[in-house]
Design a binder for this molecule. Sequence first.
Ligand code: TXA
Ligand code: MG
Length: 319
Amino acid sequence: MTLLLSNTPGDIAKAAQLLQQGELVSFATETVYGLGGNACDDQAVAGIFEAKGRPRFNPLIVHFPDSQAAAQEVVFSQTALKLASAFWPGPLTLVLPRRADSRISLLCSAGLDSLAVRVPAPETARTLLRKAGCPVAAPSANRAGKISPTRAAHVMDELSGRIAAVLDDGACKVGVESTVVSLTGERPALLRPGGLAREEIEKLLGSPLDSPCTENPVSSPGMLKSHYAPQAALRLNATSIKPEEAFLAFGDEHEAKGKAHFNLSPAGDLREAAANLFAALRELDRPGISTIAVAPIPDRGLGQAINDRLQRAAAPRDS
Ligand code: TXA
Ligand code: MG
């Protein structure tokens, strides 16, 4: 059952409480409806991918009630401060270096060292974020491959039964996703055109934005470098483990094998496995371990996104 909540104080408080409990709540931003979950809760973030049916762990945007709250998780440069004070709250997302002490789930940033952050405009959204008291990860609230929703009814059509609630705050005023600007490279770069015009940003900065490969920013060469790839090689679908290997297990096992060992989910639960994936890779990727053997992961539901990530980590890479 998915609750349809209205934008009254009581219902906003209810939605905030659901987020605190690790449940998923769709809420309106000025751009599109987001599918929100507590960004610090690995299981909630895994649940977002599950509800969307996303075959890939694309990094998610994390939403805050104001820039002070965002500054607890990312490092603001002078340029970032300038953009944030000019355009927040509003349809601009900034990709900034993640703070070393950030509490945000690694799954949320898909293992990257950067984090996409934004402060949405509607009063209801910011009240919700303030009351929830946690950063909220939210992609657009549509099923994978479908168009982004701009009304509560669109979200109900696609996600009813898959999430705890939809907080109805009317139609989204902008109707297209936020503009995504990365400040992690040498120069500010436009990763995704959106609700805030490029020209406005360039006027404020006094210089043109770089445009890396706009179709697929995250896999453009510049971005790929910052993608987390283990130092160790990955051996997928391993059914036997060599003593010098580390073992990334899944499901039932009789004994811990290998030089180091991490079970993504002893119970064989794909959501739990997704929630643990990036932390597990970091944990096993230690000096002295040249290969991580990975147990077969079922290729259904979240297993597809897990396998996609593992295959990319296992692919030959440039040194
Ligand atoms: O308007 C919006 O931005 C909506 C509302 C709900 O806020 N959200 C949204 O999220 O469109 P999503 O997940 O559909 O798109 C996130 C975009 C993708 O293009 C993703 O690649 C980029 O942000 N992104 C997120 N984190 C990133 C990172 N660390 N580095 C580079 N790009 C990132
Ligand atoms: Mg989307």
